[in-house]
Design a protein around this ligand. Structure first.
Ligand code: PMV
Length: 314
């Protein structure tokens, strides 16, 4: 039995504008992971089976169930390497990454399923090759993904990302303490990305100005991450959240969590990922983390994780 794994991801700055060619910064969220374990099939079974605990499912790859997202993914992953005969194996998926919550769950599942299937058919791929395949699969779900999710997740590396350009690393001068809080509201990225597209189409000049401001803020954040002081990231997060709200992708629950975090002493806070629900991040210090976490839970966050971005994670 072999197990393959991939992390969730957190977009620190620049979501949505990144779809239009502006830069963004994202980091792996390594303590929250998806895994895929290869197991032999039960004795009477033959073909490719995919199981998952939550929800409890067992699916077989065949032409009848291609509409199921996991079967669709498995089919696309095998097709991408011209494999016509699915392996005789069971892939047991397990993910702690909430779905449709801005943490890259779809890309992480595709990455681990890919790693497991390619091991099963003895077709080793580099991370760069896997990244490209996962990106193609993301396109089927999102429509127009920038590629940031799959890149951070497959490479498990902090990135300064510009669409269609080679990834650049992010240097982190000082540990960045973040709380990641979940509104508990699922929101498919495709819808938020589609609405930003409508906004752009209806008013390209105004929307471009918002994207440009986000792009400038990402450049500034990159310099602060490199040289410090980390506290200066706080106001940039607040400004990025405001600009995302102008793009219509915040929500009452996200705004509520952002305000609660700041009132409880966070240096800054913003939504992270597609928005309209899902997760937000708050910049804290070891001294303020507990107080801010308590405030987030009190106003309705369904879970809060503490994570540290530093050079060992980037
Ligand atoms: O919501 P997530 O985790 O899929 O993040 C989406 C990030 C966007 O910038 C909104 C879309 C993209 O493809 O970059």
């Amino acid at each position: 039995m072999s197990t393959f794994s991939a992390p969730a991801k957190i977009i620190l700055f620049g979501e949505h504008a990144v779809v239009y060619g502006y830069p963004a910064i994202a980091v792996p969220f390594s303590s929250l992971r998806a895994t895929a374990t290869l197991k032999p099939n039960a004795r009477h079974e033959s073909g490719l089976f995919i199981t998952a605990d939550d929800p409890n499912i067992k699916l077989q790859l065949n032409d009848q169930n291609l509409s199921h997202p996991l079967i669709f993914m498995a089919h696309a992953l095998l097709k991408a390497v011209d494999c016509d005969t699915p392996p005789n194996v069971t892939v047991a998926l397990n993910s702690h990454i909430p779905i449709a919550s801005g943490l890259g769950s779809g890309a992480a599942i595709a990455a681990v399923l890919g790693r497991a299937l390619y091991a099963a058919i003895n077709h080793p791929l580099s991370d760069a090759e896997l990244n490209q395949i996962v990106f193609e699969i993301e396109k089927q779900h999102h429509g127009t993904p920038s590629g940031i999710d799959n890149t951070v997740i497959v490479h498990e590396q902090a990135v300064y990302f510009v669409r269609d350009q080679p990834i650049q690393p992010v240097e982190v001068h000082q540990p960045v303490h973040l709380l990641v809080a979940d509104t508990g509201e699922q929101s498919p990225t495709r819808l938020a990305v589609g609405d930003v597209r409508k906004l752009y189409d209806s008013n390209p000049e105004k929307t471009t100005i918002v994207f440009q401001e986000i792009g400038r803020l990402v450049e500034h954040a990159r310099q602060i991450l490199k040289h410090g002081p980390v506290a200066d990231l706080g106001p940039l997060m607040v400004e990025n959240h405001r600009l995302l709200d102008e793009l219509t992708v915040s929500s009452p629950s996200l705004d509520h969590l952002v305000s609660a975090a700041i009132n409880a002493g966070a240096l800054g806070a913003k939504l992270s990922g597609g928005g309209r629900g899902g997760n937000m991040i708050a910049l804290v210090t070891p001294a303020t983390a507990a107080e801010v976490e308590k405030a987030l839970l009190t106003v309705g966050a369904v879970r809060v994780h503490h994570t540290v971005v530093d050079d060992t994670h980037s």
